[in-house]
Design a protein around this ligand. Structure first.
Ligand SMILES: C[S@@+](CC[C@H](N)C(=O)[O-])C[C@H]1O[C@@H](n2cnc3c(N)ncnc32)[C@H](O)[C@@H]1O
Length: 246
């Protein structure tokens, strides 16, 4: 490998940066600096999947299998929109699980570039958009996609995908659709003030989302080696969500 990665020694749970070493040059990179990480082939996978043992994509794909069964649909004919698709790990696992039609969406062009570079052909299409500000043509493209499942994996809360974008994505789904998401358990605490938390509470209390499944799992390790606990939520989108709900 022409580069290596060092996790901080004696790190605390609050540490969220690693050192990227290439050609004798050392660069401190924050875990959420996706635009930088995605430019290096394999770097996201090395840090997040290998060293920090992230399980969210695998758990979410198992959740999609459950969602397909609840819809009475075969995986082979399911249409899935993967919101916050990153380098395409979820798409790759969905394809391996038999889904033929998956479209990815991320707000970073670097994510699309990395996915097309490292996992060409996984997604039927990969859109770059911020759905809160997306042109009507993007919303139209998603609606025409007739997606029955929306996956959103490790991409909600904590400054990731804003609730307005999640709601717009939910509203493009077709028929009796499902949301499969993995979310830090802290964003599901009743006293959480994260924008995702209040939006999720409003969507469930208002009857727009009906939670069918809710389980805890270790999303990944933090830099000190402690587990970060997430929840897998599978919810039926019972009705279109008013965009002014939040
Ligand atoms: C932790 S990564 C997860 C990537 C992928 N879901 C996975 O599990 O491998 C979070 C992703 O969410 C994307 N993201 C953040 N804000 C977004 C937004 N407003 N719209 C779409 N994607 C967004 C980031 O660019 C990043 O690729």
């Amino acid at each position: 490998m022409p580069w290596t990665v060092e996790l901080p020694e004696g790190a605390s749970s609050r540490d969220e940066s690693f050192v990227f070493v290439r050609d004798g040059h050392r660069e401190l990179i924050h875990l959420h600096d996706y635009a930088r990480i995605y430019t290096v082939p394999g770097l996201y996978e090395r840090v997040v999947q290998d060293l920090l043992q992230c399980r969210s994509p695998t758990v979410a794909v198992d959740g999609t299998i459950t969602a397909a069964a609840a819809l009475g649909r075969a995986m082979a004919t399911l249409r899935v929109l993967d919101l916050g698709a990153g380098v395409g790990l979820v798409g790759e696992l969905l394809r391996a699980a038999g889904v033929s039609a998956v479209v990815g969406l991320d707000n970073l062009a670097e994510a699309r570039d990395a996915c097309l570079r490292d996992r060409p052909g996984v997604y039927e299409d990969y859109l770059v958009a911020d759905l809160e500000r997306a042109a009507p043509a993007v919303i139209e493209r998603l609606t025409e996609g007739q997606f029955e499942v929306l996956t959103c994996v490790g991409a909600l809360g904590g400054g990731h995908i804003p609730p307005g974008a999640l709601i717009r994505a939910l509203n493009t789904l077709t028929g009796e659709a499902m949301l499969v998401m993995t979310v830090h358990e802290r964003w599901l605490d009743l006293d959480s003030v994260d924008p995702f938390s209040s939006a999720f509470r409003a969507m469930t209390a208002g009857g727009y989302l009906e939670v069918l499944h809710d389980s805890s799992f270790t999303h990944r390790l933090d830099m000190s080696g402690d587990p970060i606990m997430f929840r897998l939520l599978i919810a039926r989108r019972a009705a279109p969500v008013p965009v002014d709900l939040i």
